[in-house]
Design a protein around this ligand. Structure first.
Ligand code: NAD
Ligand code: MG
Length: 397
């Protein structure tokens, strides 16, 4: 074990992954020290986290939030510094005193900070899948050049990572294909014809996992799995034909590696994100996660089935985007973020999410310029959001 405690920056500490990360960290005060926390809106919770974990730095998006927060921190007897804005977020991710970064912001908003952590050679625990979906080759290049250690936190990718040998050079020879499991979400058995009328409340009620609202909607459309196919392409360096998806409603088998020799390796556990988070924190060691254990004597059934393309048309968009020119995955992600936001705001119906995603990709596919860096990617992200918003507005008028 390290003699010095690992210093952590937890980006998005007030979210579902962020709070679960702090739960695991709290179990191991001798191993981890919280250097920095960041939040978007829930500053009350951020303050509570500061009282408990005493970080040196917090980052919030808006300068207007800072004075009140500084006052409250001082009143609590804390010397925590308050920084604001996207630049401060990236600076925290690259801070020399930070050893490991938990990227738990939702959406492309986390991309710049993830790239900064990668370029600075951090141990980068990646929950923020959208950042990798948007960043693609550029993200992986930053990881490689910076000498970062990229550790997947998404349960499926952690499962695959846990099944693979430590030497990455062997991965290609080991793997025939990988199988990402998907729960199928709340609408797995619902008649496709009735999906247009579902409400945000129904869509975020996931049967197995408690998660942020955006990823919960993504699970209901299976766009979450679509993003995960793209994420897997980059994390494991696999062509799309070697990435398969199977529905497994119990969420016990978190994903599988089908090896060259016909052997299939699976990682299992109760559906609890503290397990992949603990592995990201401790790799290559293993530490207590706090998750309850699997009891095989009480498990009735493990089912597996193919995803129905009529019910979940979004999945194919990922495969198509991976075969399209660079940038299309970023367009797909941006459209989806806008469409989910509109759905949660009751400005778009549930089936409209796929329609907007497909239309935005179609509209921009033939018109992509070269993507030579992060700024070009962020400009494309902004352009795709604008196009998606037009489609959303057209559908609601
Ligand atoms: P969440 O909505 O619960 O939390 C998101 C966090 O990001 C919050 O701390 C919020 O303050 C912050 N944030 C949001 N918008 C921001 C912005 N524009 N700028 C800066 N900070 C911002 O989301 P979550 O469920 O914790 O998911 C986080 C990421 O992890 C997502 O990319 C999600 O896909 C991924 N993930 C989540 C789970 C899960 O079980 N929750 C599982 C696998 C992967
Ligand atoms: Mg997942």
């Amino acid at each position: 074990m390290n003699t010095r405690r690992q210093r952590l920056a937890i980006l998005g500490s007030t979210g579902s992954i962020g709070t679960s990360t702090l739960e695991v960290v709290a179990l191991h005060p001798e191993r981890y020290e919280v250097y920095g926390l960041t939040a978007f809106r829930r500053t009350e919770l951020l303050l509570e986290q500061c009282r408990r974990f005493r970080p040196r730095v917090v980052v919030v998006p808006d300068a207007a939030q800072a004075p009140a927060l500084r006052e409250q921190l001082a009143a609590a007897g804390l010397a925590t510094q308050v920084h604001t804005g996207a630049q401060a977020l990236a600076e925290l991710a690259a801070e020399p005193e930070v050893d490991a970064v938990m990227a738990a912001i939702v959406g492309a908003a986390g991309l710049r900070a993830c790239m900064a952590a990668a370029a600075a050679g951090k141990r980068l625990m990646l929950a923020n899948k959208e950042a990798l979906v948007v960043g693609g080759a550029l993200f992986m290049q930053a990881v490689q050049r910076g000498g970062a250690t990229l550790l997947p936190i998404d349960s499926e990718h952690s499962a695959i990572f846990q099944c693979l040998p430590a030497d990455r050079a062997q991965w290609n020879d080991w793997i025939d294909h990988i199988v990402l499991t998907a729960s199928g979400g709340p609408f797995r058995t619902r008649a496709p014809g009735s999906l247009s009328a579902v409400t945000p409340e129904e869509a975020v009620a996931h049967p197995n996992w408690v998660m942020g609202r955006k990823i919960s909607v993504d699970s209901a459309t299976m766009m979450n799995k679509a993003l995960e196919v793209i994420e897997a392409r980059w994390l494991f360096g696999l062509e799309p034909s070697r990435i398969r998806v199977v529905i497994h409603p119990q969420s016990i088998v978190h994903s599988m590696v089908a090896c060259r020799d016909g052997s299939v390796l699976a990682q299992m556990g109760t559906p609890d994100m503290r397990v992949p988070i603990a592995y990201g924190l401790s790799f290559p060691e293993r530490i207590e996660s706090g998750a309850s254990r699997l009891d095989f004597t009480r498990m009735n059934d493990l089912q597996f089935e193919s995803p129905d393309p009529d019910r979940f048309p979004g999945l194919q968009l990922a495969y198509d985007a991976l075969c399209a020119p660079e940038g299309v995955t970023a367009v797909l992600n941006a459209a989806n973020e806008e469409a989910v936001d509109a759905f949660l705001g009751r400005r778009l119906g549930f089936t409209g999410i796929h329609a907007v995603n497909a239309a935005t990709v179609e509209a921009l596919s033939g018109r992509l310029g070269t993507i030579d860096g992060l700024d070009a990617l962020l400009a494309l992200d902004a352009q795709a959001r604008q196009v998606a918003r037009q489609f959303i507005a057209a559908r609601s008028s």
